[in-house]
Design a protein around this ligand. Sequence first.
Ligand SMILES: C[S@@+](CC[C@H](N)C(=O)[O-])C[C@H]1O[C@@H](n2cnc3c(N)ncnc32)[C@H](O)[C@@H]1O
Length: 221
Amino acid sequence: MCFKLSGKTFSIRLMNVPAIATLPAIFGNIDVYLFDQLLKGRIREGMTVFDAGCGAGRNIEYLLKAGVTVYGADISEEAIASVQQLAEQAKQERNHQNFVVSDLVNLPYSDGKFDVVLCSAVLHFAKDEQHFKSMVQELWRVLKPGGMFFSRFSTTIGMAGKLQQVSGRQYQMPHGPVWFLADEALLREQAVSLGAISLEPLKTVLVEQDRSMTTWVLQKV
Ligand SMILES: C[S@@+](CC[C@H](N)C(=O)[O-])C[C@H]1O[C@@H](n2cnc3c(N)ncnc32)[C@H](O)[C@@H]1O
């Protein structure tokens, strides 16, 4: 690989660079916005990471293989059984017992246990605004001061005129289910009430006129 610096051309050989074809085996189906946080160095070796609503574990597969200490909780027993299997396959014995069936509003962890809390594609399953706020509050409780809260979920942002409101913040989604959709004002109000620092601007992707997915990344002070 060549690069130019102050008009001079330098050539370097990259060592231990994984072949492009091996990337899916290494990173699996990790959310690309979470991958962005990895590239930014916000998830590092030695940290303790909690995946809230972990499902089958697509976002922690790489972290498990990389030897990071990972915990996860999900309301679904089936999801927890799958993620436990994933931890076993990754041969990270210390992670085997770290996955529990639990509702996010009441987690079995002490205050400030985690360096990083991930919550991907979960918060739009809130029953109502109080449930949404209770989940966010509980995830915040278990995050260490200085830690990162990474979440991604469906919102109303960029969807004006495209949504069918059922009641309050519940919307009939074009692909079928009724989801809880926060708006930008609610996210800003929550960030203020948590006393959080925004690590990123809100980033929203419009998915085929069906839904918008917003990435909300905060730091605990
Ligand atoms: C769409 S999946 C996302 C799974 C994973 N985070 C991912 O990004 O692939 C949503 C997950 O949230 C879980 N979930 C929904 N509401 C929950 C709650 N109140 N407490 C814990 N888990 C919940 C579901 O059981 C499901 O596994």
